[in-house]
Design a protein around this ligand. Structure first.
Ligand code: FES
Ligand code: FE
Length: 387
């Protein structure tokens, strides 16, 4: 059963007692399995979703499976070296084709149930006794293709029947939030190499993680290392999600590292005005990008359950920095601590979402109108009845 919530967004109704305060979403938005199911259907299965880092699938036959909404999506590299995405479902009797999260096949993808075999472009190429089943049209029984685009060195896929414009809803939206069309391009993220990946299994709803990322009211309380490097975050009004102006490093910090010591050489494309500055954006629905002079950090969120979100975080550097075997630990440690501090706060908040104390939600401080806008965006999407 599909339930469409048409009630006005709680974010639209300021408290009568405190007109400058905006209510958050009610607690059930973070716990209710039916709301989560609607989010899967109307957000994650309809928008472009950043699935894998392209370079993770280096060779033809390398694959990765990711959960997007209610579907398992298989992404692989074909013989021509291009990425392809399919629903991870065998067209015979529906067995999951690849049960591993990642791996590599030598030539084809073979279903472990009755051995139907597909090539890396999804075509059905063999099946036991296929010649005795003349009614089966091989061309009709290939894997179901999922649209895929590459940007920033990642493969983005979209499960919608009619995908929205990638240029408008992904690239355009990111650039608009950053304010300067060329700013993001100058980091040349697609040419960077993976220095470190950490995966966090966070026992919290995906929206708590986004909301936390969009506010800096907590920075002075829980991020001592970050506020040492970015002092403007200490006053709580910087909103990490659209630090389009670039937050300046403190005078003492020589690099974006856990102790403010020097990092690595500046990325060659960036300009003097971007040096010693931190930029951050959220690309809806599930990506955060942080830009600093010597590296780029990309977070991808995978909402798994109303109270569970897996976050994959990549630290990207110039290939020569990674190849040199340089010690990245101080560089990685700064945002790893920020992540651990943030996710700890989200996990501390999740249990309260089912408390009667949060039945009507909490409040946003006045500078957080953009979080209110995010709540509107979520409730507007849930109110959509189109399938
Ligand atoms: Fe895959 Fe039968 S379900 S071969
Ligand atoms: Fe934070």
């Amino acid at each position: 059963m599909t339930t469409t919530h048409t009630e006005p967004s709680p974010a639209a109704a300021p408290s009568a007692a405190s007109p400058s305060l905006i209510s958050t979403l009610a607690g059930r938005y973070y716990t209710d399995p039916d709301i989560f199911r609607q989010e899967q259907e109307k957000i994650f299965e309809r928008l472009w979703f950043c699935a894998v880092r392209s370079a993770d699938l280096g060779k033809p036959g390398a694959f990765r499976t990711v959960r997007i909404g209610r579907e398992s999506v298989l992404i692989t590299r074909n013989r021509a070296g291009e990425l392809r995405a399919f629903l991870n479902i065998c067209r015979h009797r529906g067995a999951q084709l690849c049960t591993e999260e990642s791996g590599e096949v030598r030539r084809n993808l073979q279903c472990p149930y009755h051995a139907w075999t597909y090539d890396l472009d999804g075509r059905l190429v063999a099946a036991p006794n296929l010649q005795k089943m003349p009614d089966i049209d091989r061309t009709e029984r290939g894997l179901v293709t999922v649209p895929l685009r590459e940007w920033l060195g990642y493969a983005w896929v979209c499960l919608a029947d009619d995908p929205p414009s990638f240029e408008d809803t992904v690239i355009g939206a990111a650039v608009e939030r950053l304010g300067d069309a060329a700013c993001l391009d100058r980091y040349r993220t697609e040419g960077l190499a993976l220095g470190k990946r950490l995966t966090y299994d966070v026992r919290a709803n995906w929206k708590l993680i986004i909301e936390n990322f969009m506010e800096c009211y907590h920075c002075g309380t829980i991020h001592p290392e970050l506020t040492e490097v970015l002092p403007e975050f200490a006053d709580g009004f910087a909103a990490q999600y659209y630090v389009g102006h670039g937050a300046a490093f403190s005078e003492e910090a020589t690099g974006f590292t856990v102790d403010g010591t020097e990092g690595f050489g500046r990325l060659p494309g960036i300009e003097d005005t971007q040096d010693r500055r931190y930029y951050a954006i959220t690309v809806r629905p599930q990506v955060f990008v942080n830009l600093v002079p010597d590296h780029v950090i990309v977070h991808r969120m995978f909402p798994m359950a109303p109270d569970r979100t897996v976050v994959e975080c990549d630290w990207l550097y110039l290939p020569e920095v990674v190849d040199s075997g340089a010690d990245l630990s101080k560089s990685v440690e700064l945002f790893h601590r920020v992540n651990a501090q943030d996710f700890d706060a989200c996990e501390r908040t999740q249990p309260a979402m089912s408390s009667r104390a949060y039945r009507a939600g909490g409040v946003l401080v006045p500078s957080e109108h953009h979080i209110g806008a995010f709540h509107h965006w979520v409730t507007d999407r849930l109110a959509e009845t189109r399938t």
